[in-house]
Design a binder for this molecule. Structure first.
Ligand SMILES: *Cc1c(COP(=O)(O)O)cnc(C)c1O
Length: 488
């Protein structure tokens, strides 16, 4: 091994830390249900909701937190949330059915994203709020409502293409929403369909970590609401979408040390830190570093609820430099948020059994093959680099010190790497050990799952603490009823 090990240890809050320490339970789970196995922790999502709520409370804002369901298919997480006062943001017919079936009433559901006619029909029929993408969708919705719905349907206008008052265009291009410069045409359609839809507000969702970009969009929505009111419409909410983010790593220093070392490796100043010298977007052009690092900022000092708070503290440039939160409060607008990843922070982990550990000899990295496919642990797909935790099996000896490994999946495919990064583990793993990938509930469990090669998709279980014990059931068997489901 060259140089010191570069660990990227996961951030573990008490609940997940306790689960990782329950080694006997984790082994009997994979013995019974196979590897890979996803474990979700429903009580954590309720705690995360409270953290978002406390940001609202501190700023005296009303409004709803809508969980972006697309980030995890789990029934247990959804049902646990149905037992709180949160809402849910659904992006397909199946998700809408799932939410209704989990106990969310229509008033707690928003339908976003691309919509097929069946999705739109059920949304209209049930009377959920529809975040409309544009004039065509509004026309389609109004037709459905007139034919099939007992009452007008609440709609949010999803906007995009925001510009600052200055010359600089901050917000990036989006496939979704109506550009604000076409607001006029959209409002004409809202007025035309006044018998079928009830305009409740404006919405955006930007897939970016930039607070400035989101502040520009929020400001743009506030201006759009003013335009609506000027025309006699009565909107009352702004929906700022999701994208509040998660801090995955325990230590900022480890993240900085790793990215610095990766840069050196790409420039050839140290041995490669990845399979085949992959640069995660960086490349060496005759000694000069080019490209951009295509990784999720795995350590973030501001993420989740704190990121929402930072957004609300941003000054509104076109509105006298006052904080955005103050403007929302002054107009008595509801603030809606749609966190996906951030509400799922610390809500689960993925277990994979070590099948084979192969020496390459001469100080090379160990090749470790897992009973899992890269698709089952899709952290890499989202650019998240984070070490797994070794859960020793019964065959584990005391082991030597840190080792460098490459983690392979079980497909007969060169590219089935769990991660292209050289991973440093505190000791040499042996077959029968489990690797626990923490914090996979947001997008890394089932978003990319396949049944390639007739290999099974991972089972999912829900786990909760009962005194000192961890109890569990299959995800689909979980209902938030004591004594079986944790929630009190
Ligand atoms: C995906 C999505 C979200 C959630 O995004 P996160 O980054 O997971 O918070 C919220 N709203 C909409 C419209 C989305 O498409």
């Amino acid at each position: 091994m060259d140089g010191r090990p570069l660990f990227l240890e996961p951030r573990l809050e008490p609940r997940l830390r306790s689960l990782v320490a329950a080694t006997g339970t984790l082994h009997s789970l994979t013995d019974a249900l196979g590897s890979p196995l996803h474990v979700v922790v429903p009580d954590q999502i309720a705690e995360n909701l409270e953290r978002f709520r406390s940001v609202y409370r501190a700023r005296h804002l009303s409004g709803q937190v809508f969980y972006a369901h697309k980030a995890n298919r789990s029934s247990a997480l959804l049902r646990r949330l149905a037992a709180t006062d949160a809402g849910v943001d659904v992006a397909s017919l199946g998700e809408l059915q799932h939410a209704l079936g989990a106990g969310f009433s229509a008033g707690r559901i928003t339908a976003t994203g691309p919509k097929n006619p069946e999705f739109l029909w059920l949304a209209a029929r049930a009377g959920v709020t529809v975040s409309v993408d544009g004039v065509a969708e509004l026309d389609q919705l109004a037709t459905l409502v007139r034919k099939h719905s007992p009452a007008p349907v609440p709609v949010l206008l999803r906007l995009s293409g925001f510009e600052t008052s200055g010359v600089r265009v901050l917000s990036r291009r989006s496939r979704f929403g109506t550009p604000v410069r076409e607001l006029e045409v959209l409002l004409e359609a809202v007025e035309r369909h006044g018998d079928a839809v009830d305009l409740t507000g404006a919405a955006f969702h930007l897939d970016t970590t930039s607070v400035a970009e989101k502040a520009t969009a929020l400001e743009g929505c506030l201006a759009a609401l003013e335009t609506c009111r000027g025309r006699g419409l009565r909107p009352r909410a702004v929906d700022v979408g999701g994208g509040f983010g998660v801090s995955y790593l325990a230590e900022r220093e480890q993240w900085e040390a790793y990215t610095t070392a990766l840069t050196s490796a790409v420039l050839g100043r140290r041995p490669p830190l990845t399979w085949g010298g992959h640069g995660y977007g960086l490349r060496n052009e005759s000694g000069t570093l080019r490209g951009t690092l295509g990784l999720y900022p795995a350590h973030r000092s501001v993420a989740g609820p704190a990121y929402l708070d930072e957004l609300l503290a941003q000054p509104a440039a076109s509105l006298g430099g006052r904080p955005l939160a103050g403007l929302l409060l002054e107009h008595l607008y509801d603030l809606h948020t749609e966190p996906g990843r951030a509400l799922l922070d610390q809500c689960g982990l993925t277990l994979a059994k070590v099948l084979e550990v192969r020496d390459q000899g001469a100080g090379g990295e160990l090749l470790v093959r897992l009973a899992a496919k890269a698709d089952d642990i899709a952290l890499e797909d989202h650019g998240v680099l984070m070490d797994p935790v070794v859960i020793p099996g019964s065959g584990a000896g005391p082991g030597e010190g840190p080792v460098a490994v490459h983690l392979f999946g079980s497909l007969c495919l060169e590219t089935d790497l769990i991660t292209r990064r050289t991973v440093f583990l505190p000791r040499r793993p042996v077959p029968g050990d489990l690797l626990a990938f923490a914090n996979t509930a947001g997008y890394a469990m089932d978003f990319h799952a396949t049944r390639a090669q007739h290999q099974p998709a991972a089972h999912k279980v829900a786990a909760w603490q009962d005194g000192d014990m961890w109890r569990w059931c299959l995800d689909d068997q979980f209902w938030p009823i004591t004594p079986s489901g944790g929630a009190q």
